[in-house]
Design a protein around this ligand. Sequence first.
Ligand code: GDP
Length: 390
Amino acid sequence: MKLALIGFGQAGGKVVDAFCAFDETIGGHVVEAAIAVNTATADLRGLEHVTPENRVLIGQSRVKGHGVGADNELGAEVAAADVDEIQTAIDRVPVHDLDAFLIVAGLGGGTGSGGAPVLATHLKRIYNEPVYGLGILPGTDEGGIYTLNAARSFRTFTREVDSLVVFDNDAWRQTGESVESGFERSNRELVERVGRLFAAGEVSSGDHVAESVVDASEIINTLENGIATIGYATQSVDSNTSGILERVSRTSSSTHFGTEHEATNRITSLVRKATLGRLTLPCSVASADKGLVVATGPPDELSRKGIERGRTWLEEETGSMEIRGGDYPRPGADEVGAIVLLSGVTDVPRIEQLQSVAVETKETTSAIRAEQAGDLESLLDTSGELDALF
Ligand code: GDP
């Protein structure tokens, strides 16, 4: 499906940039427009795939291009004040060709954390197209202020968008990596999942038409509300030979049965691996309200029976009757994959932990502030011996 991507803040801009690069690599044709919004000039300058006219600097009169310094209330204020400048960039997007907006932001900082929910409210008011969020949670080691920012932004962003796809940096970091290379790797993992999911709904008429290609409306119907998470698993197949199903049609019927069975099992087990492996936001799968299973790879490997079994398995795991399924054929691909989208998830330990740490941080911060104010007062107390100048 066709998206207008809007990256808000540094993480948002970088992920949108990586999304565009990935979309080009896979010929996904998902990105109809890519816009980056920031309060920091330097962050906008570092982008490669967002065109200069689509880089929107906001809050110039308040912060002079230096960013909001992890103050998400200020981020929200400048976004509200300068929303017309963002709208000017959106006005250049052919909205009639769009299926949805996707606002991307790191929720722990200032600009994206505060600005993304403000933009979501604005877009919802103006357009009929769905407005999705892609929210990145900070690592637990980033400190209290990031957690507090993320918890407050998360509450607001979830309320303002049609669905919030969440990526938890904490679940995706690896030991021994620098922060920068860690983000680069995480961004690749993130855009691979989100990019392939939305590309599944954008199979063009020239492409191989499989029996049950996923279309944009299935993604939209799955992403109807609340919090969403994505799982993905792949397995290599030999690209030098034709797909299993085609290969067997040229051989004996018993081999046919054997290899078709193999393709079916492969898809079913990939669906399980995608669901039970690392999700973009780890959660209890049973709490999902809706789901979508997409099998992707060379057309001949996409066993319809496998997708159906995977779909039925996910229905049992979630207890939901709204699990959709389909395929996303990629002729010439050398791997088969399963993308699993779970939406409306409600049992998410990481969010509960984020919120309780945020509440603690808020209480500790106010206690420290009150204490500091008292300490400063007693430091400056000269028992009336000295007067202030004015
Ligand atoms: P902003 O520019 O004020 O919106 O703040 P940032 O986007 O720099 O930071 C917000 C949060 O995003 C941080 O807490 C980091 O956890 C996260 N972050 C920053 N850069 C990246 C990135 O490239 N990838 C990912 N996954 N997370 C990032």
